[in-house]
Design a protein around this ligand. Structure first.
Ligand code: PGA
Length: 257
């Protein structure tokens, strides 16, 4: 990470885990156990139904609440969906967009990812844009091209000014929930590729100021070395964010690095 130019951000992605009562208990303990110094921002990405409770418990804390998905239209006949305006109205600050599980299980394409980013920004939400290659793509040696394509497509029509509100998360699909972490060098290299793409699209200032997280089996043991990479500005943490002590250890590591 490079705190001189950009924020360090640690986000927990709970996916489809935890009930409302579990959320309240976790959030309460988390906010009372944070490091004193505020060298990293903290976000909890909770299921839709837990958002109100999480926001209530965390309202006087420095932990922001995020949604894990959003629809691209502002309203209408889309049974089962939730709009960006609805989330913003609840006090949600961030939203995950393009997570590989959404791409894989819910047919989320790059076109929809782009529409969702626009919708989120329009409503005042900050997107956390997730990109990453599959094992097959890595083995074919097309990771850089693929990541560049995902970034360019997701950010099509997004201005340099809007980029100030966007976080990018590099999550190799083969490392998510598998216990296989990218090596610090692999993570650093792809985060560097992402920054180079941003530089081409928006210039050096925007590229330097954008927070790029790594996600994929980040845990208390490997967090420090991953975060020591100059282009890795935080983590998007799945499994290890479900255990309070694991999540806290990662937050402390990010605070210290
Ligand atoms: P993981 O998930 O930490 O369990 O690999 C990361 C994510 O999918 O955001």
């Amino acid at each position: 990470m490079n705190r001189k130019y950009r924020k360090t951000v640690v986000a927990g992605n709970w996916k489809m885990n935890k009930t409302v009562s579990e959320t309240r208990a976790f959030a309460e303990e988390l906010k009372n156990s944070l490091p004193r110094s505020k060298r990293c921002s903290i976000i909890l990405c909770v299921p839709f139904v837990n958002i109100t409770s999480a926001i209530k418990v965390l309202k006087d804390s420095r932990i922001a609440v995020a949604a894990q998905n959003v629809h691209w239209e502002s309203h209408g006949a889309y049974t089962g969906e939730v709009s960006a305006a609805m989330l913003a109205d609840l006090g949600v600050k961030y939203v995950l967009i393009g997570h590989s599980e959404r791409r894989q299980y819910f047919n989320e394409t790059d076109t929809f990812v782009n529409k969702k980013i626009r919708a989120a920004l329009q409503a005042g939400l900050r997107p956390i844009l997730c990109v990453g290659e599959t094992l097959e793509q890595r083995e074919l040696d097309v990771t850089s091209e693929l990541i560049a394509y995902q970034i360019k497509s997701a950010l099509s029509g997004i201005s340099a000014e809007e980029m100030r509100h966007i976080i990018i998360a590099y999550e190799p699909v083969w490392a998510i929930g598998t216990g296989k972490t990218a090596t610090p060098e692999q993570a650093g290299e792809v985060c560097g590729t992402i920054r180079a793409v941003l530089r081409k699209l928006y210039g050096a200032r925007v590229a330097r100021a954008t927070t790029i997280q790594y996600g994929g089996s980040m845990n208390p043991k490997n967090a420090s070395t991953l975060l020591a990479q100059p282009d890795v500005d935080g983590g998007l943490i799945g499994s290890a964010s479900l255990e309070l002590s694991d999540f806290l250890q990662i937050i402390y590591a990010a605070n210290e690095e």
